[in-house]
Design a protein around this ligand. Structure first.
Ligand SMILES: Cc1ncc(COP(=O)(O)O)c(C=O)c1O
Length: 401
């Protein structure tokens, strides 16, 4: 069917379902800000505007690379020093049988490459609901089917393994696990992860283990790397500098594909084909990878302490509001409160923003169990801002119930 052209340049149909709620809410927020309203931004998971700082050694390493004019293209997989450092990080995590490692412009590009090289139109991928919307957006672009599986809110947002098992069919290619999860801040138990990796191995699926927040765990909780649980499962462990090392603007992430090397050859080649076509990831920023992984980690203790205090305040305040409940986050920097109100979450968030200036993202942007309504907040703003935002949410909720 020809595309309609009478209204100008017709965009490709594949973009129609590409949505990213985290930034979509900014349009209304900017409009309100332009009208002079004080906005309290609790929508974007970017620690830097809130005063969190990366380790200085990383910045120095990147500056030195630029001064040494290492400003050309890098090798398509990444520079050796970075790949070796990622190898040490992979070993620290206990990931078994790594086969192929590459860098990308953020974990986002790595995920894009790994899905593009794997999934044909009409095939399907199981993604967590709620989960990070990039996966859904990319699957829409690839004309593949997104099959959301539920995280169980009554069980600390653990993935519902039965739901995963019941949705696997002959056209399923991968299972995505985000741990710690965005938007819930939940951390998956080893038992759940084992059950998922067993299912993947039995059904010959690739597991996308998105562990970009793996060092940001609260209350001394330990992280289990999914790739550490079985030798023979195909696991793509995803990491990057954006969250653990507080430089999301560097746009540096990586993927470590592990499993049976004899079975991975064609998939690796397909990823490399895509990698060569886009030349390389950001080059000077890659010198920040060894500096980050091998360097001083004291920024983490500071960040975690700050986040725990923010989490405690937000949980006490939000769980004290009639009509709102929230599972306590165990990592990352998000919380996903539930609205026990007769409202539609998108409308509720827009009204909240108009009336109070508090910017949060509707739960529907991440996926939620039918019949439930949520919103996501980030725990990054200073305590006074978070407290003002909770006041706004409390007053608005009380007024509208
Ligand atoms: C779960 C998850 N994966 C991946 C990303 C993207 O990370 P990057 O900045 O490395 O592209 C994010 C960013 O918020 C995220 O929350």
């Amino acid at each position: 069917m020809p595309k309609p052209t009478e209204r100008g340049i017709a965009p490709a149909r594949r973009v129609r379902d590409v949505k990213y709620a985290v930034r979509d809410v900014v349009v209304l927020a900017e409009q309100l800000a332009a009208e002079g309203r004080r906005m309290l931004y609790l929508n974007i998971g970017d620690p830097n505007p809130f005063g969190f700082r990366p380790p200085e050694a990383m910045i120095t390493a990147v500056k030195e690379a630029m001064d040494a004019n290492l400003n050309g293209y890098a090798p398509s997989d990444g520079i050796d020093a970075a790949l070796q450092a990622i190898g040490r990080e992979t070993a620290r995590k206990g990931v078994r049988s790594p086969v192929y490692t590459w860098t990308g412009n953020g974990a986002s590009e790595v995920i894009d490459m790994a899905l593009t090289a794997l999934v044909d139109p009409g095939e399907n991928v199981l993604t967590p609901s709620p989960g990070y919307p990039l996966y859904t957006a990319l699957l829409a672009k690839l004309e593949a089917e997104n099959r959301p599986y539920q995280l169980d809110e009554d069980n600390g947002w653990q993935p519902d393994v039965d739901d995963i098992a019941s949705q696997i069919d002959a056209r399923t290619r991968a299972i995505v696990v985000i741990n710690p999860n965005n938007p819930t801040g939940s951390v998956s138990s080893e038992e759940t992860l084992r059950a998922i990796v067993d299912l993947a191995a039995e059904n010959d699926l690739v597991v996308f283990a998105d562990e970009i927040y793996d060092r940001l765990l609260f209350d001394g909780k330990e992280h289990t790397a999914l790739g550490s649980l079985r030798d023979d499962a195909t696991v793509l462990t995803l990491g990057g500098l954006s969250k653990n090392w507080i430089v999301p603007g560097f746009r540096i992430g990586w993927g470590v594909l592990g499993g049976d090397p004899d079975r991975l050859g064609d998939y690796v080649e397909a990823i490399q084909q895509l990698g060569r076509a886009r030349l390389s990831a950001n080059h000077p920023e890659q010198y920040g990878i060894p500096a980050a992984i091998d360097g001083d980690q004291s920024h983490l203790a500071e960040m975690i302490t700050g986040l725990e205090a923010r989490r405690d305040l937000a949980m006490e305040r939000l769980n004290g509001i009639d009509g709102i409940s929230c599972v306590v986050p165990e990592g990352a920097f998000y919380a996903f409160p539930r609205l026990h109100l007769d409202v539609e979450d998108g409308q509720w968030c827009a009204e909240l923003m108009r009336e109070t200036g508090v910017v949060v993202v509707p739960g529907s942007g991440f996926g939620q169990k039918p019949g439930t309504q949520h919103f996501r907040i980030v725990l990054l703003p200073p305590l006074d801002v978070l407290s003002d935002a909770c006041d706004g949410i409390a007053a608005f909720t009380t007024r509208t119930t």
